[in-house]
Each structure stands twice: as structure tokens, then as C-alpha cells.
Write a protein that binds this ligand. Structure first.
Ligand code: SF4
Length: 332
């Protein structure tokens, strides 16, 4: 049974470059624990064949933290919960400094993030000012993550020179009503489609371990495959105090690794990025397994509301695994 699946994945994904469909992904997510190494090995081969050996490194900074009006149940930045994250704005010199530090690690992408439903005129003008200041001093691609957009805002970001836009589906369509009630999955999808149509690189992923079923995890992977994002950030829930998901168990590391393989086998050509939650889910050993199991991008430094690993640990690990860091190439 598992041999059949591996053989199918080898010919369809490794040789043909076509991602696995829903039924096969459910099977991957149920793969027997003893055979996970074979699954990861295949996912790694797929990544090397279709994406190459390079790893993309990105830094993120929060322009506006906390106080978001939305109610995404995993998020400590929602103003609707009692999580200990206060609303804070960063100023432009701090933003430029963060971009410089990110560039110094060898990263090619710097993502400016704001905890908002979508940007208002004030935020858009701050972003414009911030991008101008960064572009004047730092050689790095600029990405943004500012929530849901209108078509005019999409056009404005393109004109500012934003290279990539992050907006996650977060979860499968069928599970999303359990994740947030203040906006719909479809609203997220529409922003993603507008971003892609405007020519920015689309970065769109989700969080696993939010109480969804394995079938819903496979559903998310197929919905992402339909959207064909340039990059997929894969987060594992890190249950934050005060949020509705605070008491959910941390994903088992075997499940996290099955998920890494499933996402790679669904999306052979995408940049698959380790994002939040990998430290508590996988630890040091699992981080290595994922990088040898389909992952080809990392975020250096801290996440938005929780501490990540020291950037040096990740850079040392890439060095040890002989994975070169992707060099900066400006595409816009
Ligand atoms: S995930 Fe984004 S939209 Fe949802 S509450 Fe957090 S900051 Fe707001």
C-alpha cells in the first residue's frame, strides 16, 4: 500500500512534476511512522529536482503589532482576546535597521507585516515611506503582509515596488468557520488572486494543528496547489495563552513531518518555508529532517509574537547540510 503510493509519487511528482491529489495526500498524512524516512527522502528528491539545492532566507518585521479587530482563533494579535500582546507601531528608522540586520544574514527577502484586517490610508502611507527608506539604504527584496486588499491597494503596492505579498489561507475552506468568524475564507482567496494577477509573487500558506482533521489538512494542500503560490509558509500551531486555541495540543513531530512531505508532494515547484511553531513541534532534529524532507526556505530571527531560533543556528545548519542560500535577484 505505502509502496504503491511511493511509486505513484515517484512517477507523478518526481519525474512528472505534477503534485499529488487529495486522496493520495490523505494517505501521505496517514503514512506509517516507521516509513516516514522513505517519505521524507522522496520529498527531498522532489525539492532538489524541481527547486534546486538553494534555500531562501527571509526576515520579517512587524510594523504594527497587536490590536487587530479580527478574531482568528490562533492569533495573539487579535484585540478580541486577552493575549498579552499590546498594540505597538514601529518607526521608520527601526524598520530600516531591521532590514539591514536581515540583509546581513544573507537573506534575500524582508517582509513588512502589520496586524490588521486590511490597510487603511495611514498604514499605506507608512508602508510607502518605509519602503522608500529601505530601498535607499538596503539591497533586499521587499515583501508585505498587510491583510486583505482592494484592487487599488494591490496596484499601489506594485507601484511601490513590493516584490512579494503574503496572505495566508490559514486553513482548509471547510474548517475556516472554526478558525475565524469576522471574515471568510473566500475573502482571503480573492486577495490572493488579485495579488497574483497583478504580478507580485504570492506567498500563501497556513497553519496546521488547529484541530482540523487529516482530511482537512489534505484539503488545504490541494487548495493551495490550485492557487499555485510562489511560496507557501507552513506554520505549526503554537498555542498562545488567551486565544481560543490556547489549550490545543502541540502537533506530534511525526505528524508535522508527514505534513511537510505532503505539502512538498502537493506543490513540487513552490518555495516551502518553515514558518512559526517548528521549534516547539520539531525541535533541532526535526528541523533538520524537514530541511531534508522538502523544505527549502526559512525565516531567520524572531516570528511576530514568539521567539524563533537564533539566526546563526539556522545558518550553521544550512552550512552543515551544504545547502547554499539563494542570492538576491531583483525581479521588479
Ligand atoms: S491573523 Fe491577521 S487578521 Fe487574524 S487576528 Fe491575527 S493579525 Fe488579525
Amino acid at each position: 500500500m505505502t509502496e504503491d503510493l511511493l511509486a505513484r509519487a515517484r512517477s507523478q511528482v518526481l519525474e512528472g512534476g505534477r503534485g499529488l491529489g487529495y486522496a493520495d495526500l490523505v494517505e501521505v498524512l496517514r503514512f506509517p511512522e516507521a516509513e516516514i524516512p522513505a517519505l521524507l527522502e522522496l520529498a527531498h528528491q522532489v525539492r532538489i529536482r524541481w527547486c534546486g539545492p538553494e534555500v531562501e532566507v527571509e526576515g520579517i518585521v512587524s510594523l504594527k503589532t497587536g490590536g487587530c479587530p479580527e478574531d482568528c482563533h490562533f492569533c495573539s494579535q487579535s484585540g478580541q482576546f486577552t493575549s498579552p500582546v499590546r498594540a505597538v507601531w514601529l518607526n521608520i528608522p527601526e524598520l530600516v535597521e531591521a532590514a539591514k540586520q536581515t540583509a546581513a544574514t544573507g537573506a534575500s527577502e524582508f517582509c513588512i507585516v502589520a496586524a490588521v484586517r486590511g490597510p487603511d490610508a495611514r498604514l499605506m502611507s507608512q508602508v510607502r515611506e518605509g519602503i522608500r527608506a529601505i530601498q535607499a539604504e538596503v539591497d533586499i527584496n521587499i515583501a508585505c503582509s498587510l491583510g486583505m486588499l482592494t484592487q487599488d491597494q494591490v496596484d499601489e503596492l506594485v507601484e511601490m515596488g513590493v516584490h512579494r505579498y503574503n496572505h495566508n489561507l490559514e486553513s482548509a475552506k471547510s474548517y475556516f468557520p472554526d478558525v475565524a468568524t469576522t471574515h471568510s475564507w473566500e475573502e482571503r482567496w480573492v486577495t490572493c488572486e488579485m495579488v497574483r494577477a497583478a504580478g507580485m509573487e504570492l506567498c500563501c500558506g497556513g497553519i496546521v494543528g488547529m484541530g482540523e482533521t487529516l482530511e482537512q489538512r489534505a484539503e488545504l494542500a490541494t487548495q493551495l496547489a490550485e492557487l499555485q503560490p510562489h511560496e507557501v509558509p507552513l506554520n505549526f500551531l503554537n498555542p498562545r495563552p488567551g486565544t481560543p486555541f490556547a489549550d490545543l495540543p502541540v502537533l506530534e513531530s511525526a505528524d508535522a513531518l508527514r505534513t511537510v512531505a505532503a505539502f512538498r508532494l502537493a506543490l513540487p515547484r513552490t518555495i516551502l518555508r518553515y514558518a512559526g511553531g517548528r521549534e516547539i513541534t520539531l525541535g533541532e532534529l526535526g528541523t533538520r529532517d524537514g530541511l531534508l524532507g522538502g523544505i527549502n526556505a526559512v525565516i531567520v530571527g524572531n516570528y511576530l509574537t514568539t521567539l524563533g531560533r537564533d539566526p546563526k543556528d539556522d545558518l550553521d545548519l544550512l552550512d552543515e547540510l551544504q545547502m547554499p542560500i539563494k542570492e538576491l535577484s531583483k525581479t521588479l
